[in-house]
Design a protein around this ligand. Structure first.
Ligand code: NAD
Ligand code: UGA
Length: 336
């Protein structure tokens, strides 16, 4: 099986590649990215071919790779909330426009597409658990530009779904719920909004910079270990008895609910156990900050985000098993 992974050098792509190259030696991977730092150790593997292609500027060459693969995973995207507010058009160009081209080629050349939707499509939905076929997608007004990411992903979900109905496109939409693990984001820059929350807090500690809790940090996320998440992706690729075809799956861990405030205190306590971070972690303050001050006026938040994973459990026979404390320990081991 020939698998094309676009954005393969990112957090999810690098973990997926590692798993495929280790345990699925009969699969051949073509990887595209503009950055190879997270996969540099794998580039010599005979089952991997890497191409440095910017899919926004050099998209013509991507078509050739889609033509010769069996499955395409278009993972390239901007996935950091601060950027949704500060550079929404770049988010649109990459997350929507570039991926739309790939989806259209997948439909034209009859390839399977496995697309990373997001838990953000549910937006401010108030359901206790978000369900793929029932929950509403709730976003805010246009001046809250944070929602451009959610809308870009939702529109692609809808386009892919429509190609499935009209042209028989074989697709799977997976919705990650705050996947975390080693290699998540760069921690060299501790400025507000430089990365997603777990690596942001670690970066603050490593640089001796106080942690900011946006709006008091009462908002809840369900964190999912990347090893559990990668196992779900492998099941989707394997697609036993076509169980993943024409399906949308939440891939998250409803047992790992944590408020952002609890997350901050947990990470600080953990960092006290490491030589590199102990002295900073003992002194660091955890402060409240106004969202407008942290992200700018275009920000709006999701107060609680918990997945229903019944579909993934029954169709994929997948269940997450790694607790959030264990994940945070693995991440701190990696960065500290
Ligand atoms: P990431 O930012 O770690 O990886 C994205 C990759 O895309 C990077 O390696 C980047 O270099 C590459 N890229 C950016 N611009 C490019 C361009 N012009 N040409 C080629 N490559 C380019 O993100 P991730 O966490 O690995 O997420 C992968 C996908 O999953 C994204 O679509 C994201 O929206 C989605 N997703 C992730 C999460 C999560 O929990 N990590 C949650 C929901 C959705
Ligand atoms: C994330 C991102 O949009 C994507 O990576 C992805 O699609 C999805 O959700 C996911 O990871 O599943 P969000 O969870 O809001 O969105 O992003 P984070 O940056 O990880 O922030 C989580 C929460 O922590 C937010 O409420 C944010 O305001 C808060 N936060 C973040 C702080 O309180 N302080 C900080 O310094 C950073």
């Amino acid at each position: 099986m020939k698998i094309l992974v676009v954005g393969a050098g990112g957090f999810i792509g690098s973990h997926l590649l590692e798993e495929i190259l280790k345990n699925h030696r009969d699969w051949a991977v073509t990887a595209i990215d503009i950055c190879e730092a997270k996969i540099s150790r794998m580039l010599d593997d005979e089952n991997l071919r890497f191409f440095n292609i910017d899919v926004v500027k050099e998209y013509e060459s991507v078509e050739e790779h889609v033509k010769i693969c069996d499955i395409v995973l278009p993972l390239a995207a901007i996935a950091s909330p601060a950027m949704y507010v500060t550079d929404p058009l770049r988010v649109f160009e990459l997350d929507f426009e570039s991926n739309l081209r790939i989806v259209k080629w997948a439909a034209q050349y009859k390839k399977r597409v496995i697309f990373p939707s997001t838990c953000e499509v549910y937006g401010m939905c108030e359901d206790e658990e978000f369900r793929e076929e029932e929950s509403n997608c709730v976003t805010g007004p246009i001046n809250k530009q944070r929602w451009i990411y959610s809308c870009s992903k939702q529109m692609l979900d809808r386009v892919i779904y429509a190609y499935g109905i009209r042209d028989g496109l074989r697709y799977t939409l997976f919705r990650p719920f705050n996947w975390i693990g080693p290699k998540l984001d760069d921690i060299t820059n501790p400025n507000n909004g430089s990365s997603r929350v777990v690596t942001q807090f670690l970066s603050n500690i490593i640089h001796g910079k106080d942690i900011n809790l946006v709006d008091g940090g009462n908002q809840i996320r369900s964190f999912t270990d990347i090893a559990d998440a990668t196992a779900a992706l492998i099941k989707i690729i394997e697609n036993e008895n076509n169980c993943a075809d024409q399906q949308v799956f939440n891939i998250g861990n409803p047992y790992n609910q944590l408020s952002i405030k609890e997350l901050a205190y947990t990470i600080v306590e953990l960092a006290k156990k490491y030589e590199k971070t102990r002295s900073f972690a003992e002194k660091i303050k955890i402060l409240d900050i106004n969202p407008d001050e942290y992200y700018g006026k275009g920000y709006q938040d999701v107060s609680k985000r918990v997945p229903s994973i019944k579909k993934a459990e029954s169709l994929l026979r997948w269940k997450p098993g790694i607790g959030v404390k264990e994940s945070l320990r693995k991440i701190t081991d990696f960065y500290c």
